[in-house]
Ligand binder design. Structure first.
Ligand SMILES: Nc1ccn([C@@H]2O[C@H](COP(=O)(O)O)[C@@H](O)[C@H]2O)c(=O)n1
Ligand SMILES: [Zn+2]
Ligand SMILES: [Zn+2]
Length: 612
């Protein structure tokens, strides 16, 4: 109780300071939700709110984690809490004459039991998600891998966000007309409530090729030549161009092209980009009037961006010659939310927010997401431990899960899987139905090619991991991006990698140790994370891992069966072709009776990890 009272007092004081420049970090320990595993210590930076300007909250790549992280206190707020948080910030905007806009840039599905465990998938999440009012929302590649996913997105999510859903370069096949037709409106023009800022918004998908054939993603270089796009750029009275998309803000040909296309027509109207897909926190300066933010992954981060000095038609505000863009990456927990909204545990939750949190709990219960298959004896990390090592999840797969699972194969075999099929860490303790989907949610199974000459089969893994990438891209004539084979980047910009190991000594701010987390360095510097974290070291992992089954390392069988995760089939075939062995899809067959990686892992855990 004492801690709670101190925290509330601290929050009230901090609220008054919020209009000032970012204050020095202060620290307090507060207990989060009852479900959160432990109290966290949280030295915070203030939000760079723009009084009288434009303020944005941004989510991306939530991948079904709308129930928050149950095993990590610092990311434990849920979608209901986000609804309450947005309510308070909207109120603040109304009070100080600014505006708050909400943006989501796709990959809302696949990656968490809340979405993946129901039949059909998303049975509960769509109703939960739609309770948050959005101003701009776009699809991601995960909305498009499977025909029934994009169909449900079109049938349910697009109507849920009728005014806000934008699909500038995405079509859906219409069975009735026999034609591909716009998935949602191509762009939207709207005027903000308080400042009267006239916004022209687009919503883009990166040049994705892995979609099911009921959708068509028009390459961005073609979309920007379309008449409708060129006409839209010439719309009169636009104060701000807003480009939302499932596109990385940095090193992306797509956003560079869009930026250039806008600037070719309007030379100095401010542009703001909202991006996603690479699962990182990032903020990029295109030029002094054009910036872009990317807001992480898995409901760990609520991105915040503000623009002051942008013109508005209300209150006679003139455009500043240089509008100011600022950003913050909010750790998704109640402590941060209370602090930034000037509320406390009794004043924070709104009725809608509370109801949504309750719906999340009810959905989790209905799907029995806490059903336990076994108990992990230790933590296994995807990127937070070196590969190979005893703490590496990929090493666990390679040394135990895959050999045990494929032991029954009659012939000598090589089994390979893409590391991208593994999405999240395993924490010590109960391994539940939910965990199976956190670790690997995909419905793609395993396939095999029989009797492949060993010499070729044994080189496929190396080719997919190394020098083969460029050659493979050439071979497939640009129709497949090798980027799609790459695992998602670690959840911080690679530029953030530092040789600090969180387990070796603790950083202390004030008198409190900080929690391990993101320490983002972006184009605005190193003060973007709202919570001052102790740096975590992230490690690179290979694109694919593999095991030999049914023969020992000193043997060289003449032929092997080559078993692989279905997702990488195109690359496996291209690699073999590159190695002089031509196979087609017709030569492949199902392996492991249609079991998916999700089945493989949960089955293995059930057999090997007892709860003590
Ligand atoms: N059936 C699938 C689908 C996707 N993947 C992996 O996911 C990556 C894309 O995820 P983002 O969240 O970054 O869009 C993709 O590159 C694959 O690694 C998969 O393994 N199986
Ligand atoms: Zn994603
Ligand atoms: Zn994506």
């Amino acid at each position: 109780m004492e801690v709670r009272a101190a925290a509330d007092k601290f929050e009230a004081r901090a609220w008054k300071l919020q209009c000032k420049a970012p204050a020095p970090a202060t620290s307090v320990i507060v207990t989060l939700k009852p479900s959160a595993p432990s109290p966290i210590s949280a030295p915070l930076r203030e939000l760079p709110w723009a009084p009288g300007g434009l303020n944005f909250l941004h989510t991306t790549d939530t991948h079904g984690w709308h129930g928050g992280h149950l095993q990590e206190a610092q990311y434990s707020a849920d979608w209901g809490d986000y609804i309450s948080f947005a309510h308070h910030l909207r109120q603040r905007a109304d009070d100080d004459g600014s505006d708050l806009l909400l943006v989501d840039t796709g990959d809302r599905v696949e990656g968490n039991g809340l979405y993946d465990a129901s039949d059909p998938k998303g049975r509960y999440t769509f109703d939960i998600f739609k309770q948050q009012r959005m101003d701009v929302i776009t699809p991601g590649n995960h909305e498009l891998y499977l025909a029934n996913t994009s169909r449900r997105e079109y049938d349910e999510v697009v109507p849920d966000f009728r005014d806000a859903y934008i699909a500038s370069n995405l079509d859906l096949y219409n069975l009735k007309s026999g034609k591909y037709e716009a998935f949602a409106p191509r762009y939207r023009k709207f005027t903000t409530k308080n400042r009267g800022v006239r916004v022209l918004a687009f919503g883009f998908m990166f040049n994705f090729h892995g979609n099911a054939n009921n959708t068509f993603v028009q390459p961005v270089q073609d979309t920007i030549k379309e008449q409708w796009f060129q006409d839209a750029l010439r719309t009169k009275d636009v104060d701000l161009f807003l480009v939302a998309g499932h596109v990385p803000v940095r090193d992306s040909q797509e956003y560079d092209l869009i930026y250039r296309a806008i600037r070719d027509v309007v030379w100095d109207t401010p542009i703001v980009f909202f991006g996603g897909h690479t699962h990182i926190r990032d903020f990029r300066k295109f030029e002094k009037k054009a910036y872009g933010i990317e807001s992480g992954r898995y409901m760990e981060t609520l991105g915040f961006l503000s623009i002051s000095g942008v013109a508005g038609s209300k209150n006679g505000v003139m455009a500043a010659s240089s509008p100011e863009f600022k950003r913050s990456y909010i750790d998704n927990n109640l402590y941060s939310m209370h602090h930034h909204s000037g509320t406390n545990s009794s004043s924070f939750s709104t009725e809608v927010g509370r109801n949504v949190s309750e719906s999340i709990h009810a959905a989790r219960k209905a799907m029995k997401l806490d059903h336990t298959f076994g108990c992990a004896p230790q933590d296994y990390w995807l990127n937070r431990a070196a590969y190979p090592s005893n703490s590496s999840l990929l090493s666990l797969l390679e040394t135990q899960v895959l050999p045990d699972t494929f032991r029954h194969l009659k012939n000598a075999s090589i089994v390979i899987t893409n590391s991208g099929a593994i999405r999240f860490d395993i924490f010590k303790g109960p391994f539940t139905t939910d965990t199976t989907f956190l670790v690997s949610p995909f419905t793609s199974g395993f396939r095999m090619l029989r009797n492949v000459p060993y010499k070729a089969a044994s080189q496929v893994l190396q080719l997919l991991n190394n020098e083969g990438q460029i050659a493979l891209e050439d071979l497939v004539d640009g129709s497949v991006r090798t980027k799609d084979l790459m695992p998602p980047l670690p959840p911080v910009s690679l530029r953030n990698l530092q040789d600090v190991n969180v387990f070796e000594g603790q950083q202390v701010i004030g008198d409190k140790p900080t929690v391990p987390g993101y320490t983002t360095i972006d184009d605005a510097g190193s003060d973007g994370d709202d919570t001052i974290h102790q740096r975590i070291q992230f490690y690179d992992v290979p694109n694919v891992i593999g095991v030999d089954v049914g023969f020992s390392s000193d043997e060289k069988p003449e032929t092997v069966d080559l078993v692989y995760n279905e997702f990488i089939q195109d690359w496996v075939l291209v690699a073999l072709q590159y190695l002089g062995k031509k196979y087609g899809k017709e030569d492949t067959e199902e392996a492991l009776d249609g079991k998916t990686m999700t089945d493989v892992i949960s089955g293995w855990v059930g057999e090997h990890w007892e709860c003590g």
